[in-house]
Design a protein around this ligand. Structure first.
Ligand code: GLN
Length: 468
């Protein structure tokens, strides 16, 4: 009997190499678990009956292109689209023998914080199915949390790996911008999008990062990692300097239970020998959101121009060409992509470009510098990942601004291109609380060390209470 609820990728791999189970047996065990629990949770938009390879399974967010496997990005406009090539990250999974279980649910074009913007209906949080799993990568996070995949790939533009990982009690890494290829990924905002791992442990997360990271000839924004990924072995964090940015820890709207769990974890870091000190990120937290909500929609409006009914997926019936374009986009896109296309097109239009997009780019530089200055004193920064625990389905759908605030704490470091790791640090009201560690560019190894030590010290049980 393979208990997929508890199995880490590392343990699944050990079963395989020690001959305790075959690749097929492990793959089948996950398909069986999906058959039992996915009807309630709706983590998957597509489940593979089978997939080649000799290794362990993995789930892949549906914005990541997979040869021969449907890829919709949660949008009706891509319904029926099956890529003819693999994205680079998927090629790298395949090179290690990893087998794809299926494609996980996402807000349409990764725009959202709850999966409620998916054209195919939301996913549910395995800790409490009346609540959201976070987003946009809620499908990947919920799948890992419910034992429907040992690990998964997500994508993060402003928080879509870190925030759902926090809400579902997983470990999620948003890598340094430029360390993971975007080739073959459905583009949202190209200067922000990064693919990264979602897992049950920091070690699994580090291992999966080592599989996907590094220079890719097909994505000119990628670089080789300056040093190899170190999968953490011990719990030694002595001497590491950890900053506690006041504004990220005291922002309005952070729930008391979240603050309490994060404070307790920070105290543990000190006990483990880290040097903890207060610091400040005043401009980044105040201007991060408005700046993101100009730059991301501006880039999205350009990236989404390609969906015109000619090249991919959905095409509306129409007597002539212009009408076909218009009706395809009207019927194919949901409300959130339309909202962003409108805002983005406006921000980029002649006469407004300098005032909005140009200004936002300047603010982005300020945010980057403010972070860089702190890293002269600190090796990493700590805060909650999400201001709140998982919220009820429907609670924020009528108010886009309330939904946008879900990413208040994850967006600033994304704007600065920095890596961020979210680990579960406790419960509030019976729901997981995520702790965010942010480092300077290419400091993933430091985040893994801190995250691993904390994870051991906290001893968080990642299996949702109702499934134990
Ligand atoms: N929730 C944010 C948005 O809607 C971030 C999404 C993401 O990281 N893909 O833009």
């Amino acid at each position: 009997m393979i208990d997929t609820l508890r199995l880490t990728a590392e343990e699944a791999n050990a079963m395989l190499t020690q001959g305790d189970a075959s690749s097929d047996e492990i793959y089948r065990a996950y398909l069986d678990a999906i058959g039992v629990r996915d009807p309630e949770l709706h983590c998957y938009l597509h489940v593979c009956e089978n997939d080649g390879g000799e290794g362990i399974p993995i789930a892949v967010k549906d914005v990541i292109g997979t040869k021969g496997i449907p890829t919709t990005a949660g949008s009706k406009i891509l319904e029926g689209y099956t890529p003819v090539y693999d994205s680079t990250v998927v090629e790298r999974l395949r090179a290690r023998g990893l087998r794809i279980l299926g494609k996980t649910n996402t807000d349409e074009f990764a725009m959202g914080s709850s999966t409620e913007n998916s054209a195919f209906g939301p996913s549910h949080n395995p800790w409490d199915p009346s609540r959201v799993p976070g987003g946009s990568g809620g499908g990947s996070a919920a799948a890992v949390s419910a034992g429907l995949a040992p690990w998964a790939l997500g994508s993060d533009t402003g928080g879509s790996i870190k925030q759902p990982s926090a809400l579902c009690g997983n470990v999620g890494l948003r890598p340094t911008y430029g360390t993971v290829s975007r080739y073959g990924i459905v583009a949202f905002a190209s200067s922000l999008d990064q693919v990264g791992p979602v897992a049950r442990t920091v070690r699994d997360c580090a291992f999966l990062y080592s599989v996907i990271a590094g220079r890719d000839e097909c994505d000119s924004t990628t670089v080789e990692l300056p040093r190899p990924v170190e999968v953490p072995q011990d719990e030694d964090v002595r001497g590491l300097r950890v900053g506690v940015p006041k504004e990220l820890n005291e922002a309005e709207g952070i729930e008391p239970g979240v603050t309490e769990a994060v404070r307790a974890a920070i105290a543990k870091l000190e006990e483990l020998g880290a040097e903890v000190g207060e610091c400040s990120l005043p401009l980044s937290v105040e201007y991060g959101m408005p700046c993101y909500y100009l730059i991301a929609p501006a880039e999205a409006s350009s990236n989404l121009a390609r969906y015109d009914g000619v090249r991919y997926g959905y095409r509306a019936d129409a007597a002539e060409r212009l009408e076909m374009y218009q009706r395809t986009r009207d019927e194919g896109f949901g409300d959130e992509p339309k909202r962003r296309i409108l805002v983005g097109t406006y921000a980029l239009s002649a006469g407004y470009y300098d005032a909005y997009y140009g200004q936002a780019q300047k603010v982005r530089t300020v945010i980057k510098r403010e972070h860089d200055a702190l890293f002269e004193t600190f090796d990493a920064l700590v805060s909650p990942t999400s201001p709140t625990v998982a919220f009820p389905l429907g609670a924020r759908t009528a108010d886009p601004l309330a939904m946008y605030l879900s990413d208040l704490l994850t967006i600033p470091s994304c704007m600065a291109g920095l890596p961020g790791l979210s680990i579960p640090c406790g419960l509030s009201e019976g729901l997981p609380v995520g702790l965010q560690l942010v480092g300077p560019q290419f400091a993933e190894n430091t985040l893994f060390r801190l995250g691993h030590a904390l994870e051991r010290a906290i001893g968080f049980d990642t299996v949702p209470e109702r499934l134990r």
